[in-house]
Design a binder for this molecule. Structure first.
Ligand code: CU
Length: 264
């Protein structure tokens, strides 16, 4: 399986893949899509991601750097598969002017969680901050992620409307998540640093200002997902775990190893 393909080789082959995809716009529901992750909140965290769709299987590969070393980083595909246009937030989204675009401030821009990019088990919005199943950056702040998951046809059809966000920043440079920027709006027990976005990237070719794929779709009513917008998306249990694991990767790793089954 190409899954085991050397990552560098996979990325090197990207231009060819993209060319193919561009030459066949009719097959929008499939193929490989590249994402450049660009820093938010002056995090210096950047990276590259590849979303590859085959049938209803989505393979997500992420290589990023500049993240908070040894800390877990929640990561999600945000946006809507109902034809709504969301995008990565700009610094303007910092409504309270504290210098940090918080997760809550970013939500109107990047939309709700569509897929939680966990390392195993559930990938729904419910696992948004299932920190023991989120990847941890290494001692150099680098993070590698690769997983293939089954996705709905809606995701396949609207993959270009989604974008990738990695969370977790260290605004005072002390090497861990703390309350120097206050509490997270999602859960007051959590530091803002743990949930604020570190980077965001949109799929190349999903040009800013263009109509999203399926933008003319006439849906019926509001989906539960939309109603959930802006509401806290983490379970208290996951939140406590995140706080405990702040800067201490060991805990997350131990928990992960102890877990036999990723199911909830
Ligand atoms: Cu997110």
């Amino acid at each position: 399986m190409p899954l085991r393909l050397n990552r560098l080789a996979a990325f090197a082959a990207l231009p060819a893949v993209l060319t193919l995809a561009a030459a066949a716009p009719a097959s929008a529901a499939g193929g490989a899509h590249q994402i450049d992750l660009q820093q938010l909140n002056d995090s210096k965290a950047s990276g590259t991601a590849l979303l590859d769709i085959k049938g209803n299987e989505l393979t997500v590969k992420i290589e990023s750097e500049g993240l908070v070393p040894g800390a877990p980083h929640a990561q999600h595909l945000h946006g809507s598969t109902d034809g709504h246009d969301f995008h990565c937030p700009s610094a303007d989204a910092d409504k309270n002017g504290d210098g940090v675009v918080s997760t809550a401030e970013g939500l109107p821009s990047y939309g709700d969680i569509n897929i939680s990019l966990t390392t195993k088990g559930d990938t729904s919005k419910d696992s948004g901050l299932a920190v023991d199943r989120m990847p941890t950056a290494d001692k150099d702040g680098k993070l590698s992620y690769s997983r293939t998951i089954e996705v709905s046809q809606k995701v396949v059809d609207h993959i270009k409307d989604l974008h990738l966000v990695q969370h977790g920043i260290d605004t005072n440079g002390n090497g861990k998540y703390d309350f120097n920027k206050g509490k997270s709006e999602l859960d007051p027990k959590l530091p803002q640093e743990a949930t604020a976005p570190a980077n965001c990237g949109m799929i190349k070719g999903a040009a800013v200002g263009s109509m999203p794929v399926g933008g003319v779709e006439t849906g019926g009513g509001t989906t539960p997902q939309e109603e959930g917008m802006g509401s806290p998306y983490l379970a208290a249990a996951g939140g406590a775990g995140l706080l405990a694991a702040g800067g201490v990767a060991l805990l997350a790793r131990r928990t992960e190893r102890a877990r036999v089954d990723g199911g909830r």
